[in-house]
Design a protein around this ligand. Structure first.
Ligand SMILES: NCc1[nH]cc(CCC(=O)O)c1CC(=O)O
Length: 319
């Protein structure tokens, strides 16, 4: 008996195709069903200008969600950090698989590490979050760097370095891992230096809320810890009322005593892009056992950050 293939909606970029291909393999494995990739062109893919104007929030996601709602595809794969924090009622995150390395990394000329960059080094990043933290670190440690706003996909950004236009670019480790270019990293930035974006390194597998059989099947790919961690991180982002282009970093991790997991820590940072003003806090508590507990942890930290003036540091937008 031949089974209808499951249709996986994906963006066409190299990164999206790579991660969708990996998820397709995993879904074939757990469901035993064929999976076909359906390429969907998003507004953000078509127009760089449009992307700059609308600021980036969710542009890559909207077209995939429309295709789900129209029944053109059965499920979609998103980079979790690109998902708006508001979840549409008709859709569910059926799985959040095990997260890749959440760190940001440097791809620099001549195998340079961040702290070895020469005075006046030009570092490309379009992310206010990365700019804020790199500039703050540079100020504190007497480094002289210039953060240069850039756009484009991962290949384009690395090309700025290969062409000698920039000394380095900052990217997410997870993206490079997924497209097979992790070997080009010259420095893995400690999360103490640059806290990643909420949800960075994680994927979201989404389908319609009425598809109980598929939700159950995709649920096999869910990693409960990753889900709890990214839920807390995104709850912080939502409670700060910041969009995905805001200078907000967040990371939840487990604190263990030997093999025994004791607590979850949630760290958050907000700063001005010039790195002169930062609010950086963390909170630690029992590992959340429910979605609501994970949300509460994020809200708690947001409340503390707002009390320290976080809102006043978020006015800036990506260039
Ligand atoms: N902003 C674009 C984007 N969205 C997801 C990733 C890959 C990393 C991930 O899945 O978190 C990237 C590239 C990057 O930030 O370098």
């Amino acid at each position: 008996m031949t089974q209808q293939p499951l249709r996986l909606g994906t963006r066409r970029s190299k990164l999206a195709m790579a991660q969708s291909g990996q998820v397709a393999d995993a879904v074939r494995r757990v469901t035993g069903r064929p999976v076909e990739l359906v390429e969907i062109t998003t507004y953000g893919d078509v127009s760089r200008e449009a992307l700059a104007q609308i600021g980036g929030t969710g542009v890559f996601v909207t077209a995939l969600r429309d295709a789900l709602l129209k029944g053109e595809v059965d499920f979609a794969v998103h980079s979790l950090k690109d998902l708006p924090t508001a979840q549409p009622e008709e859709l569910v995150l059926a799985a959040v698989p095990v997260r890749e390395d959440p760190r940001d990394v440097l791809v620099a000329r001549d195998a340079l590490k961040f702290t070895d960059l020469p005075r006046g080094a030009r570092i490309g990043t379009g992310s206010p979050r990365r700019m804020a933290q790199l500039n703050a670190y540079a100020r504190a440690h007497g480094l002289d760097i210039e953060a240069v706003p850039i756009r484009g996909n991962v290949d384009t950004r690395i090309r700025y370095v290969r062409d000698g236009e920039l000394d380095a670019v900052v990217l997410a480790a997870a993206g490079l891992q997924r497209i097979g270019r992790i070997d080009e990293v010259t420095d893995f930035l400690s999360v103490d230096t640059v806290l990643p974006a909420p949800g960075q390194g994680a994927l979201a597998i989404e389908c319609t809320a009425d598809n109980a059989d598929l939700i159950a099947a995709l649920g096999e790919l869910d990693d409960p810890f990753t889900r709890v961690a990214v839920t807390a991180e995104r709850s912080l982002l939502a409670a700060l009322e910041a969009g995905c282009s805001a200078p907000v970093g967040a990371l939840a991790d487990l604190l263990a005593d030997g093999q025994i997991v004791k607590e979850m820590r949630l760290r958050g940072v907000v700063g001005t892009t010039d790195g002169t003003r930062m609010v950086q806090l963390s909170t630690t508590g029992p590992v959340p056992e429910t979605h609501d507990q994970a949300l509460a942890l994020g809200r708690e930290l947001a409340t503390e950050m707002l009390a320290q003036g976080a809102a006043g540091l978020m006015g800036e937008r990506a260039q």
